[in-house]
Design a protein around this ligand. Structure first.
Ligand SMILES: Cc1ncc(C[n+]2csc(CCOP(=O)(O)OP(=O)(O)O)c2C)c(N)n1
Ligand SMILES: [Mg+2]
Length: 685
């Protein structure tokens, strides 16, 4: 598809429109006494061209599925985006801009998806936005493969990212750019704001590489614009040819001046992260021929010019809807599927086929059970798509018969190979989720969740439905040793707001964990799974009254429901607790075993349920988990104890490690008895 021809002279209106953006940013930062004025000032010409001539969007309906996606990867330049959103007619007022960075405002320091209309992704941590854009471009290709039909191209949008020097330097950008080049994502265009300034000063301090050569080596189409400050025609031509390229992702390197127009701060780090100062704003306005007052000036003709976006957007959306109507007539069931997926609803009967596991079937690693459950769900949920950072066989995350997501493959491949790029995978998953219509999952070993943690955090912050499959979840990994044995990871992940961490105790809890993950629309879920085999729990105990879905439940209890001691465990240690219970009963001590696969779900339950599971009247409590004990105090209280691992692991067969580190039924029994002895007035043994 050819983009429309546009003519852009250096006409007066365009220049005034550009200056409007520049000074809205400078004024807002000045008013807030905080923020980043220089980058919006430098990027205003490029942004003006994109938003008035090239991008397809409808300010009247920010959610229109056919829109191009715009990602401000350099999120610190948020005032650039807010200015554009206001000027083009999104639901963001001049007063909102005046409230920049204030409590409760719709214009937070960095753009936050779901908070401000028109903001596609939350950005600020550099490099992530480019990763999101790559993820969007990949998801868009998945959708195109599934839905487009000859003569019925309902998925044809572009993904456009704006990146800064910092974006180019961050490692995550290299990971995702490499993958984007490999996949020949022709629907992706990134602009690199080559202003040669970062916080510490000139990029000469730390960054002199040949970025163009690097991206060409990744397989990108690269072009440059020598003067991004004044050469509108040159920039326009570069945008046009970037948009016409459909075979490869394009990087347009645009040489700009940070703080353009500011006599004393242009091209210096002084324009990056602090207000220019009242005097300097005045001098910049004078230099660019802008009225010194009022602040937040938007001339009527400039506003009218930008607001043409409303009619243009409405028309574009209408045309798309006509196309979609024709599509619906020709392919009614696909059209229904599209609508459903865009709403984020799961298909009718999606759970049918999820297996229950019988204890007689023999022990199973939860990673293996997960592989079966994933496949059962994938058969009914076409939007489930993902893969692993080169650990698919170990994490058991291949959708059998799902096809490969490859540039040369048959259309429709759902198995994505992220390569050895955990961080890139994390950022891509977020972009996929934000695009819509896809439920992405990504897999690696729990130990390497650290390598993608910044992206997990953003998924949690944005509320993305992303599923992480994190296997090899403890020292049970064995011989690979401490570099591969997670210890503090569960605690670290649980510390993150809005992330569900589910560590199922067996195959049946694994099925429940996947159900919870799919049904959760407000944030990500980490499934934490074992490499080693675990006994299968009786399904009637796991699922009775839907108890497993409450995050924690009573798995075993004395007949009278009055235990001496509570044993609380997650994952593989639930069977350790069950063993301890047996040993304790031989010593005349009655124990309740509470399986706690998901603390976050449990915390959401009403107090009555929580107290029924963990009765306040029973202070004798022991937690068991093969990981850092921090956090278990909440459940075992002052008088209880935690059996866990507060050191690094070791290289040895798993059984020996568990024995040496005291993760055994005997150790739990002993601890329970000493807790009881102390509570009953004796001393700890
Ligand atoms: C991952 C990450 N590290 C550090 C920062 C803090 N930070 C914000 S902007 C910036 C660099 C600014 O240089 P550049 O990216 O070139 O942006 P410009 O000032 O040119 O707009 C840094 C280090 C960040 N936002 N994200
Ligand atoms: Mg820079």
């Amino acid at each position: 598809m050819k983009t429309m021809e546009v003519t852009v002279g250096n006409d007066a209106l365009a220049l005034r429109a550009i200056n409007t953006i520049r000074f809205l940013a400078a004024d807002a930062v000045q008013k807030a006494k905080s923020g980043h004025p220089g980058t919006p000032m430098g990027l205003a010409p490029l942004a003006y061209l994109l938003w008035t001539k090239y991008l397809r969007y409808n300010p009247g309906n920010p959610d229109w599925a056919g829109r191009d996606r715009f990602v401000l990867s350099c999120g610190h330049a948020s005032m650039l985006l807010y200015s554009l959103l206001h000027l083009t007619g999104y639901d963001l007022t001049l007063d909102d801009l005046r409230q920049f960075r204030q409590w409760g405002s719709r214009t937070p320091g960095h753009p936050e998806a779901g908070h401000t209309p028109g903001v596609e992704v939350t950005t600020g941590p550099l490099g992530q936005g480019l990763g999101n854009a790559v993820g969007m471009a990949m998801a868009s290709r998945l959708l195109a493969h599934r839905f487009n039909r000859p003569g019925h191209e309902i998925v044809s949008h572009r993904v456009v990212a704006l990146c800064s020097d910092g974006d180019m330097m961050e490692g995550v950008a290299s990971e995702v750019a490499s993958l984007a080049g490999f996949h020949r994502l022709g629907n992706l265009v990134a602009f690199y704001d080559d202003n040669r300034i970062t916080i510490e000063g000139s990029t000469d301090l730390a960054f002199r590489e040949d970025t163009a050569g690097r991206f060409r080596a990744y397989g990108w189409n690269v072009s440059t614009v020598a003067d991004g400050n004044t050469d509108l025609a040159g920039m326009s031509a570069a945008i046009r040819s970037a948009f016409d390229e459909r075979e490869r992702p394009t990087l347009v390197i645009v040489r700009t001046s940070i703080g353009y127009g500011s006599p004393n701060k242009q091209d210096t780090a002084g324009a990056h992260g602090a207000p220019l100062g009242e005097d300097e704003v005045a001098l910049a306005k004078e230099r660019l021929g802008w009225p010194g007052a009022p602040a937040f000036l938007v001339p009527d003709d400039v506003l009218a010019h930008f607001r043409e976006a409303l009619a243009r957007g409405e028309k574009a959306e209408k045309e798309w809807r006509m196309k979609f109507a024709a599509y619906g007539a020709a392919f009614p069931s696909l059209a229904l599927e599209w609508e459903r997926r865009m709403w984020g609803d799961l298909p009718e009967g999606w759970e049918e086929g999820i297996p229950t596991f019988a204890p007689e079937g023999g022990a199973a690693a939860t990673r293996s059970a997960s592989g079966k459950v994933l496949n059962a769900i994938a058969a009914n949920v076409p939007e489930l798509s993902g893969g692993s950072a080169d650990l698919a066989p170990s994490t058991e995350t291949i959708i059998k018969g799902g096809g490969e997501f490859l540039p040369d493959a048959e259309p429709g491949g759902r198995n994505v190979h992220f390569g050895v790029r955990e961080h890139g995978m994390g950022a891509i998953l977020n972009g996929m989720a934000r695009l819509g219509g896809v439920i992405p999952y990504g897999a690696t070993f729990l130990i390497f969740s650290d390598y993608m943690r910044p992206s997990i955090r953003l998924a949690a912050l944005m509320g993305c439905r992303v599923i992480y499959v994190l296997t090899h979840d403890s020292v049970g990994v064995g011989e690979d040793g401490p570099t591969h044995q997670p210890v503090e990871h569960l605690a670290a992940l649980r510390a993150m707001p809005n992330l569900y961490v589910v560590r199922p105790a067996d195959a049946n809890e694994t099925a429940a964990a996947w159900r919870m993950a799919l049904e959760r629309t407000t944030g990500p879920t980490a499934l934490v799974l074992t490499r080693q085999k675990l006994p299968v729990l009786p399904p009637e105990k796991v699922f009775r009254d839907g108890r497993v879905y409450r995050g924690a439940y009573v798995l075993e209890d004395p007949a009278d429901g009055r235990p001496d001691v509570l044993l609380i465990a997650s994952g593989s240690e639930v069977s350790v607790a069950l063993g301890a219970r047996k040993l304790l009963s031989e010593d005349g001590v009655s124990a309740r075993v509470v399986s706690m696969p998901c603390r976050e779900r449990f915390e959401e339950q009403e107090a009555a349920y929580r107290e029924a599971v963990l009765p306040p009247a029973v202070p004798a409590r022991v937690s068991v988990e093969a990981g850092a004990t921090i956090g278990w105090e909440r459940y075992v209280g002052d008088r209880g104890a935690s059996v866990g691992i507060d050191r690094f692991g070791a290289s040895a067969p798993a059984e020996r490690i568990f024995r040496e580190l005291g993760i055994t039924a005997e150790a739990v029994r002993d601890r329970a008895k000493s807790v009881l002895a102390e509570i009953r007035g004796g001393v700890r043994t």
